[in-house]
Design a protein around this ligand. Structure first.
Ligand SMILES: [Zn+2]
Length: 203
């Protein structure tokens, strides 16, 4: 059984005001829930929440690579990689008004692995069919048909990119911010399912 630490990241956690949306309003809450569940299961888990405002600098874009938070995150990943494989789960949330996805309760962006063939190869591979099936099951069992989706990464997520370059596996979890669409209870159920059906395979 493949064992690895799980590093949960929240890049867009800090909200400045409640008028204009300038952060992921539910990402920090969701990450805390998942962190608590994984800890209770005795998984090795780290939670890293960026402390800057998104409108100041977006911690999840190329321009933020040299920030302290990003440098410390890479250090943590590198240290853990010396011991074995590492999984980074990047948590975000989206508003119910979002085009295309606003109707969804949650979606996941595919896991990417860095192939370590020959030590220097940089070949990216999509989620293994097995993991994808597990993730789909976890989403559907907790949130039902139609309310969830698995998508391909668009490679603008810089935490995902740099984590992959270093050698970690990654996935992104996106949650609806509207509690009328995704209730707190459903969020809790989702995190329990994700832990039981997918993440427990690794920790
Ligand atoms: Zn975000």
């Amino acid at each position: 059984m493949l064992k690895m630490p799980i590093i949960i990241t929240v890049a867009h956690a800090i909200c400045v005001d409640s008028v204009e949306r300038d952060c992921d309003r539910r990402a920090a809450q969701a990450a805390q829930v998942l962190y608590r569940i994984l800890q209770a299961k005795k998984c090795e888990v780290y939670l890293r929440v960026a402390g800057n405002y998104r409108d100041h600098i977006d911690a999840n874009r190329t321009g933020a690579r040299s920030t302290l938070w990003r440098r410390q995150l890479r250090t943590l990943i590198r240290e853990q990689l010396k011991l074995g494989p590492v999984f980074v789960l990047d948590v975000h949330s989206f508003p119910a008004e979002a085009d295309m996805v606003g109707h969804l309760k949650a979606y996941m962006i595919e896991m990417w692995f860095r192939s370590k063939l020959g030590g220097k190869e940089k070949v990216y591979q999509g989620w293994s069919a097995n993991d994808k099936a597990w993730a789909q099951l976890a989403l559907k069992e907790s949130l039902g048909e139609g309310g969830t989706k698995i998508m391909l990464g668009d490679r603008t997520n810089d935490i995902m990119i740099t984590s992959n370059i270093i050698g970690a596996s990654t996935a992104i979890l996106e949650l609806n911010e509207a509690k009328t669409i995704l209730s707190d209870e459903e969020l809790e159920t989702l995190m329990i399912h994700l832990t039981d059906e997918l993440l427990m395979k690794y920790c």
